[in-house]
Ligand binder design. Sequence first.
Ligand code: CO8
Length: 258
Amino acid sequence: MSNESILLTERDGHVAIVRINRPKVLNALNLELMQQLAELMEQWDADDDVRVIVLAGNDRAFAAGADIGDMAELDAAAMSERDQFAQWERIKNVRTPIVAAVSGFALGGGCELMMHCDVVVASETARIGQPEINIGVMPGAGGTQRLTRAIGKALAMDIVLTGRFLTAAEAERHGLVSRVVPREHWYTESIKVARRMASLGPIALKNAKESVLNAEELPLTDGLKRERRLFYDLFDTEDQTEGMTAFLEKRRPNFTGR
Ligand code: CO8
């Protein structure tokens, strides 16, 4: 891809990496970008060679929200007609685990996109929030729901109703990000986490992701039933035999995704 692309892609073994590339507007998410991102993620999700996806921004911003210039003139009917949330739904349906590599701003749609990812590696510089209230609206891509499930009502209300940003340390303390790393290492540490995951069984990774996400949607009894099904299913895979045999033989497993 050329440097003009709004998404930069790279492969690192079984890890597929996409970097948002609209630095002049702090990686604001416009419709075209979200369409391309959904398309790319679906392609990778269907590619057995891709075991983990990394979604990153740059030092200054993961993404500072939906592109305000893209929406400023629209009324409710035009917003609804545009159906931009269809792209977000496509990303939500990706079964391959996604690592978010977050440095700088993850705001509004940027925070919502981060919450569509599974493991969030954040630089100590990360500033995370839902500041839509400052521009006369509210979160619309899952912010009020996923944030509340992640950090609880009191803090979610504070973030959504005042528009204040959380520091990386606060976000980690409240369970919104998985790990905080030194500012100079946010990208390399994210890739390391992804490589580690990509060395594991890809079917087990997908089933485990699905099961954890079920905890956000299902009552406990139903979530436990689904967990048991996903767990049993893994005993029909070669990777289960390989993983357990390798353990018993005291060698490293070689997972093939079958
Ligand atoms: N959209 C468009 N342009 C943006 C955005 C954005 N979200 N954020 C920053 N920019 C642009 C600025 O306009 C500026 O452009 P220019 O250089 O041409 O003036 C450039 O990026 C740099 O920004 P600043 O000069 O403002 O940089 P600062 O360091 O002073 O401030 C901030 C950084 C605090 C991040 C500030 O830019 C800011 O407040 N940005 C807006 C954050 C925001 O309100 N985000 C929420 C947007 S609404 C939203 O996400 C709704 C989601 C709904 C679902 C998604 C549907 C697609």
